[in-house]
Design a protein around this ligand. Structure first.
Ligand SMILES: [Zn+2]
Length: 102
């Protein structure tokens, strides 16, 4: 198996896991329950790890992750040039809707 993603925040790892599953890529989570109940990191803490069940999915999985990162980038309004946060579907300056990726 190949390690595709790891992060101290288990929710992010699970988000990536679900993205990959939507794309038809089988994954396995390791160290899922390593994090303490308080959410604080102990000195010897291990991060949750997301592993690919099939090595041949690696390239495809990396593509899915790259696309996810693109989605999270800020976008420029085509009408007024305002730099909008990734979470917004409408320009907060003029209200124009976010341009589609293609
Ligand atoms: Zn605008």
């Amino acid at each position: 198996m190949k390690l595709i993603y790891t992060h101290e925040n288990r929710l992010l790892v699970e988000l990536v896991k679900s993205r990959l599953e939507v794309a038809g890529i089988k994954t396995r989570l390791k160290n899922e329950y390593a994090q303490g109940a308080t959410g604080e990191l102990a000195p010897n803490q291990v991060w949750p790890e997301l592993w690919l069940e099939r090595d041949r999915d690696l390239e495809r999985a990396q593509q899915v992750l790259a696309e996810a990162e693109v989605e999270q980038k800020n976008w420029l309004c085509t009408a007024c040039g305002e730099d909008n946060g990734a979470a917004f579907d409408f320009c907060w300056q003029c209200g124009r809707s976010r341009p589609t990726a293609d």
